[in-house]
Design a protein around this ligand. Sequence first.
Ligand code: GDP
Length: 176
Amino acid sequence: SIFEQSDEINLKFVLLGDSAVGKTSFLYRLTEDRFFESHVSSIGVDYKTLHFNVNEKKVHVQLWDTAGQDRYRSIAMSYIRGADAAILMYDITRASTFQELSQKWMVDLKNINDNTVIGILGNKTDLEATRMISTQNGKLLSDQEGAVKFTEISAKNSAKEDLLLIFQEIVEFVLK
Ligand code: GDP
């Protein structure tokens, strides 16, 4: 294809998970290195493009941020189709967001596209005092679901560079 000839690769990733787990905050940290304590819940879908160099190829990743509310779920579903990877996020301080990850988001994802590379992120590690989901349980879920990457992050406190490294690992899995 044209893209291979020019050593450029375009990928599409989707960010999934319940409302307020921190999807938009993660996207802001990755792109603008900013954090907002309060955020107006994103309506519909927005995306940012991230750029990586992998094996001397330029890789452009469109990362789609889908709103988690049920009324926007059908929108999110349409973005899963054709996604090269899905990053599923839960909030370590809210058990319901962890349960929904396997009972809702993973089910939808596998129904639509069973080949999608999956990464799982537990967000809000800065709120350790109110943690509800252990790291070990996150790992167990990740193994169960065949995720290529699991880690815990804080969109509030993690360094942008560290989040980009996690992201780059998932990109490398997609290109394998
Ligand atoms: P989204 O609905 O999944 O996109 O979630 P948002 O990014 O809008 O975040 C929801 C709320 O959680 C906002 O008030 C954020 O400021 C807050 N938030 C997001 N990430 C973190 C984090 O890592 N730590 C803390 N303490 N709050 C966070």
